[in-house]
Design a protein around this ligand. Structure first.
Ligand code: FAD
Length: 403
């Protein structure tokens, strides 16, 4: 008997819903499952890069995004010593010269409704506990509230974000990845904010950063994230956020504000360089493949772009009926061609620069040298490989600004 669905997608975050939209638009029978009821919140900084806007534009969702998203036209980087760099978003052909902050409660629901309108069938409150690979299909086993249930499909896409229990179950993580930890809260009634994405390296343990991402002229998503690299560092993201919030400039900035809702924390996986991305009749999309930028912690655009790539590969495989490991490897090859070097060098850049000795001279050098400013911003936006930030010319300017 033929399976009822062509593709079962587990997880309806940006990775899963983008994959679902493109596959359903190409005519595939798509089942999309999520353990949550929607709309649902996702702990995030809510920042959408120009590349995320490009894919949202391709899906035809920019007009709706503008109904709830807040446009930012530049970036403010604050060094550990409190000095700062304010810069416009650099121009890149085909990409917007601005960012959006879009609360995930609304963004993820917009993407989900688009996947459903494209033809995907959505089942909420379905927690997948296993994916069993059989000769001609996969069986997706799980629980809908308390009742056990299962579905069959020709191939599965796992897009479960940073949660690794299902990946462990199906044997697609060999060693537990190292997670970064981050926490955020929303604030209302703030004094008028600039239209800038504010990333701060003061008041937090490094490697890590705190942020103030405006969701309107008087409200913001405020958070902090870090890599726990030494036992002396705080053990929770909540403790790091508390430290950031009590840091003098932040305390002052938020003093008239009201916290709206609880502080929430969640891990991030940034290990794409060594992560598995596929298995027999299974592909991994988004953060389930470790696709979160190791310097910025940004994962929405990577989730969407990997979903777009997966949908392209799977559409061809649905036509040919060939789901052998060697054909699924095409997906891994495409992902590696696009992201591997970027992740390896961004990780090296984080290891070199994200400390109190080099961040201050780096930001000072970017203020004085237009080429350094351009390099830093383009690397942060992943327009350029981070190898540029480690080039002798950049290091020369950083060392000149050390004193
Ligand atoms: C505090 C914080 C701040 C961040 N800030 C930013 C930012 O500003 N910009 C940015 O681009 N990125 C940011 N990120 C990263 C970003 O949130 C993620 O990388 C992104 O959400 C990954 O998308 P995804 O679709 O892969 O997974 P997710 O968005 O995590 O979606 C996974 C989905 O799978 C579902 N699921 C999980 N397990 C199961 C299961 N067993 N059965 C069924 N369903 C399941 C979940 O309910 C969820 O809906 C931040 C992350 C954190 C923690």
């Amino acid at each position: 008997m033929n399976p009822r669905y062509d593709v079962a997608i587990i997880g309806a975050g940006p990775g899963g819903t983008t994959t679902a939209s493109y596959l359903a638009q190409a005519g595939a029978r798509v089942l999309l499952l999520d353990k949550a009821e929607f709309p649902r919140d996702k702990t995030c900084g809510d920042a959408l890069s120009p590349n995320a806007l490009r894919i949202l534009g391709d899906l035809g969702l920019l007009a709706e995004l503008k109904n709830f998203g807040f446009r930012l036209n530049g970036v403010r980087l604050v060094a550990p010593d409190g000095s700062d760099l304010v810069a416009a978003i650099p121009q890149k052909p085909g990409l917007a010269d601005h960012l959006y902050i879009a609360p995930r409660f609304q963004l993820d629901n917009l993407l989900l409704q688009h996947a459903i309108a494209s033809g995907a069938e959505f089942k909420p409150a379905f927690r997948v506990t296993d994916v069993q690979v059989e000769k001609r299909q996969v069986s997706i086993v799980g629980k809908n509230r308390n009742s056990a249930s299962q579905f069959s499909a020709r191939v599965a896409v796992i897009a479960v974000g940073a949660s690794i229990s299902l990946l462990e179950r199906v044997g697609l993580t060999s060693t537990p990845p190292k997670f970064a930890l981050a926490a955020r809260a929303y604030y209302d009634d703030l004094p008028r904010l600039d239209d800038l994405l504010e990333i701060r390296f003061d008041g937090v343990p490094l490697p890590g950063y705190g942020w103030i991402f405006p969701t309107s002229a008087t409200s913001a998503n405020v958070g902090a994230g870090f890599m726990k690299k030494s036992p002396n560092l705080p053990s929770t993201a909540r403790a790091v956020l508390d430290q950031f919030l009590s840091h003098h400039p932040i305390k002052e900035k938020l003093s008239t504000g009201q916290r709206a809702g609880p502080i929430k924390s969640y891990p991030l996986r940034m290990d794409f360089a060594t992560a598995q991305t596929f298995g027999e009749r299974i592909v991994l999309v988004g953060e389930a493949a470790g696709l979160v930028n190791p310097f910025t912690g940004e994962g929405i655009d990577y989730a969407m772009e990997s979903g777009q790539i997966a949908a392209g590969v799977l559409t061809r495989q649905l036509e040919s009926g060939d789901f052998s490991l060697s054909t699924l490897r095409i997906y891994d090859k495409k992902l590696r061609a696009r992201f591997h070097s970027l992740f390896v060098w961004t990780m090296r850049m984080r290891n070199l620069y994200m400390n109190e000795w080099l961040l201050t001279p780096l930001i000072r050098a970017a203020n004085r040298e237009r080429t350094v400013e351009k390099t830093i911003l383009e690397v942060l936006l992943a327009y350029r490989n981070a190898i540029q930030a480690l080039a002798p010319n950049t290091i020369f300017h950083v060392l000149r600004n050390w004193a």
